[in-house]
Design a protein around this ligand. Structure first.
Ligand SMILES: [Zn+2]
Length: 88
């Protein structure tokens, strides 16, 4: 399952975050301070999927599997909203 950076919306495999990120990268990611892709860069406009991840993080807290599962449902229901206009 994929999750998205709450700051820039970059997709990541959930297992990659759990296994490959350092503790610091993980905290930064889930606290919305940035992922290895956007850290130190300006994010011009937040994609919807980034906002969605940030909101789910607020609601579900450390339930990372729950967040990933909600995002998965959302992608199924709203593929255009999740991957629409801002996709490069
Ligand atoms: Zn990012």
């Amino acid at each position: 399952m994929d999750v998205y950076c709450p700051r820039c919306g970059e997709p990541y495999e959930l297992l990659g975050i759990t296994d490959d990120f350092t503790q610091e990268e993980r905290s930064s990611f889930w606290d919305g301070k940035g992922c290895p892709c956007c850290k130190g860069k300006t994010v011009e406009s937040k994609p919807f999927r980034a906002e969605a991840t940030a909101v789910l993080r607020d609601i579900l807290g450390d339930d990372i599997d729950g967040i990933a599962s909600e995002l998965d449902d959302m992608e199924y229901m709203e593929p255009q909203l999740m991957h629409g206009i801002e996709e490069e």
